[in-house]
Design a protein around this ligand. Structure first.
Ligand SMILES: [Fe+2]
Length: 375
């Protein structure tokens, strides 16, 4: 599916056009707090509410619950909505994706029933306006919600938004730490997708474009220029398209527990892992499990180094370490008990996408390189 890219120019005229083209009469606006800080976008939606029925839905938390989605579906049905606009970070977009999917299913979803029901292709018009440049959620078929305290990865091709609007101004109010961390998330998506055993020529093209976009725009983005912010939104979207094909790999499998134990942002945790993993892979290429072979993976690691502006893998690994240093993101300090917890936390499914085999003792060794030791 080709995702339509809308421009915010001329007071969001292209959203009006999207609404009339898709014959939207009743829109659910799934938005997080970030919309409160967006004067122009907020004013646009106020005006839009005079032309179409617009129902806001913000009753969801940062790591959204299944029950939040149930509430959203209720609001969607009660207001006879026919279309969805999501404004926010990954959580808002993920909630909107699940509303799109589940509002199309029978029943009211009690006792987690929608998680087990056969999915049906939803054709609801869906526009996403990401307010961070990182998750790439607006480009993927994945959504993460929690049911019974367990993470549920929802996957369906039909939940990819059919249109996306990149508004560089939304990044101006984002705290610097969030900007750094979300950019690192996009960078990790691009490199993990590049070396994934599921990579294709198409996903590799997306990864290259994402890496180029990140490097070209990093200064402008961190200095909050419109062009830097726009470039980073587009780069994060490319990285999202890449993981939409390949999924992520060991870096992401290892980073989730770092986030939950130390409270660091997801992208911060991801680059903590990937800056160590890249070099470890170069040194352990003999444990390659990619069916395309060791030479192929060696070339890929070199190609990533080239995309990062050098001529080999060694340069690439150094460049990731350098980006991490420049951003001045702290390295958490773990106790032996926490290292034990981390070692046992890794999702083996993600490790299967990783081109180099990782045993549990090696995961433990890597965590000791990723984090400081408190003892
Ligand atoms: Fe991520």
């Amino acid at each position: 599916m080709n995702q339509l890219i809308l421009s915010p120019d001329e007071n969001y005229r292209q959203i009006d056009e999207w609404i009339s083209k898709n014959k939207c009469n009743s829109v659910i606006l799934v938005c997080d707090d970030s919309l409160k800080y967006q004067e122009e976008l907020g004013a646009y939606f106020k005006k839009l509410a005079e032309k179409v029925k617009l129902t806001s839905f913000s009753e969801f938390q940062a790591n959204p619950l299944y029950e939040n989605v149930q509430d959203g579906v209720k609001v969607y049905r009660e207001n006879e909505c026919d279309s969805i606009i999501a404004v926010g970070g990954g959580s808002a977009i993920d909630v909107a994706k699940c509303i799109k999917l589940y509002s199309n299913m029978s029943g009211n979803g009690d006792n987690g029933e929608w998680l087990d029901l056969q999915k049906t292709n939803s054709r609801t018009s869906f526009l996403a306006i990401p307010t961070t440049a990182g998750t790439g959620s607006e480009a993927t078929r994945y959504a993460v919600i929690y049911y019974d305290e367990k993470k549920q990865s929802i996957t369906d091709e039909s939940i990819i938004p059919d249109a996306v609007l990149f508004e560089p101004k939304v990044l101006k109010t984002l705290p610097l730490y969030q900007k750094k961390a979300t950019m690192c998330d996009a960078l990790c998506h691009a490199i993990e997708s590049y070396w994934s055993i599921n990579s294709t020529s198409e996903s590799i093209e997306y990864s290259k474009m994402a890496i180029n976009g990140i490097l070209d725009n990093i200064d402008g983005y961190l200095n909050n220029t419109d062009s830097g912010n726009l470039g980073m939104l587009k780069a994060a979207n490319m990285a999202g398209k890449a993981i939409n094909i390949t999924q992520t790999t060991a870096g992401h499998a290892m980073c989730y527990k770092i986030t939950s134990i130390f409270g660091v942002a997801h992208g911060h945790a991801a680059i903590l892992c990937d800056r160590v993993l890249y070099r470890w892979m170069i040194n352990n290429i003999d444990k390659c499990i990619d069916s395309r072979g060791k030479v192929y993976v060696c070339n890929i690691l070199d190609e990533i180094g080239i995309a990062l502006g050098g001529d080999n893998a060694e340069y690439g690994a150094k460049k990731i370490e350098e980006i991490f240093e420049v951003l001045e993101l702290p390295v958490p300090c773990a106790t032996e008990k926490q290292f034990e917890e981390l070692k046992n936390s890794v999702n083996p499914t993600r490790l299967k996408n990783h081109p180099v085999c990782l045993r549990i003792d090696e995961i433990n060794e890597l965590y000791h390189q990723i984090l400081y030791n408190n003892s």
